[in-house]
Design a protein around this ligand. Structure first.
Ligand SMILES: Cc1ncc(COP(=O)(O)O)c(C=O)c1O
Length: 383
């Protein structure tokens, strides 16, 4: 049976080059903090990777803090910046459509006595800039906004939003969850007005358990763990050398030729969308496909429950997700689609298909055929 993987927002298959690079760290297994040659070699590999990331992201390599992934980078930024600046104020701003690693970090801060304001979003998931402006006050220390939403593919005008925040009060820090944007959209466009952004390796065909926080020089945060002085003491703990090295390789292999890659992903998404339009009716959740991130489309099919469709598609070898991987094991309504104000039936029927440059036209055509057939079969049971 064919296997068509259309869940590339949840994770991507690691590239062979990535695995090969990680395999070679077997010979350089030293602890990067050790003084002997094995330690020095391991440390060199980390520093070389830091340079690779610095170059690819067009930032100073000294501004990169390696973490165990996007979740840790988000927590380090949100909590670390909130704690560090709590003497100035305890008011924070975010959106209701963040990834749980941001949303739950803010909820934790609320329990500790911080005041968190949640920005209004419209039916496509775009934040209301006027609302944002009205929320900022002298107590506000941090605004955190997701760049590409992992459920709907909504791309926020993050450069413009960050510029407006800084124009109102340059001391307010801005963090961006850029996990779903890396390798698909330029991160250089918004960097000027932003203080920190989070990225993750496994969304760009790198290894799981590796990520980074970019923290602008001069911006300080309070580390979340106590330990040694790895990563300048901001993220103590022996570094995941194979993961870091694999991350560097994925960045090298995957983050170049952005326009070409985005165009290819958009082409695959359009083919999928148009193909389905020829056979069945559906709703697009979030922005129209030509406006959302090139690798994401979130659809609901009238009368069809997402879980049933996803299981049926899996039997045909097609892998997809109900909204996001984080919701898939819990029968909980998507907080993102709920915040967009979508109807209950649409939320319960939402299926996210997410593409990779490793998908082919044949994959898409097969998926279209099977999705259309499964939806029609399920709808027969309802109508
Ligand atoms: C937007 C977004 N932020 C953060 C994360 C968390 O990244 P990680 O899986 O590396 O912890 C994800 C992963 O699903 C994501 O999509």
């Amino acid at each position: 049976m064919k296997e068509i993987y259309l869940d590339n927002c949840a994770t991507t298959p690691p590239l062979a080059e990535v695995i090969e690079t990680m395999y070679y760290t077997q010979g350089t297994f030293g602890n990067p903090s050790s003084l002997h040659a094995k330690g020095i070699e391991a440390e060199k590999q980390i520093e070389e990777t830091r340079k690779i990331l610095g170059q690819a992201l067009q930032v100073s390599s000294g501004e990169i803090i390696f973490t165990s992934g996007g979740t840790e980078a988000n927590n380090l930024a949100v909590q670390g910046l909130a704690y560090r600046n709590s003497r100035k104020g305890k008011h924070l701003v975010t959106t209701p459509i963040e990834h749980p690693s941001v949303l739950n970090a803010f909820q934790h801060l609320e329990r500790l006595g911080f005041l968190v304001s949640y920005l209004q979003v419209d039916r496509e998931g775009y934040v209301d800039k006027e609302h944002l402006s009205s929320l900022l006050n002298r107590e506000t220390t941090l605004v955190s906004i997701i760049y590409v939403n992992n459920e709907t593919g909504t791309i926020q005008e993050i450069g413009e939003i960050a510029r407006l925040i800084k124009a109102q009060d340059p001391s307010i820090l801005v963090h961006v969850d850029a996990v779903q944007a890396l390798g698909k959209l330029s991160l250089a466009s918004f960097r000027k007005f932003v203080d920190a952004f989070s990225i993750s390796a496994h969304k760009i065909h790198g290894p799981k358990g590796a990520g980074a926080l970019w923290l602008k020089e001069g911006v300080h945060l309070q580390p979340l763990f106590q330990g040694g002085d790895q990563e300048k003491g901001l993220r103590p703990g022996t570094e995941n050398v194979p993961g870091i090295v694999g991350f560097g390789k994925a960045v090298q292999e995957y983050t170049g030729r952005l326009r070409e890659k985005a165009a290819r992903l958009q082409q695959l998404k359009d083919r999928f969308n148009r193909g389905l339009e020829e056979h069945i009716e559906f709703f697009v959740n979030g922005p129209p496909p030509e406006k959302s991130a090139p690798h994401i489309i979130n659809l609901s099919f009238p009368g069809v429950k997402s879980e049933v469709l996803i299981r049926m598609l899996e039997d045909k070898g097609i892998y997809s997700s109900p909204g996001s991987a984080c919701h898939s094991r819990r029968s909980q309504a998507s907080h993102v689609l709920t915040a967009l104000g979508l109807e209950k039936e649409r939320i319960e029927g939402a299926v996210r298909f997410s593409f990779s440059v490793l998908n082919s036209e044949e994959d898409i055509d097969y998926a279209v055929e099977q999705v259309a057939a499964c939806v029609k079969e399920l709808q027969k049971l309802v109508y």
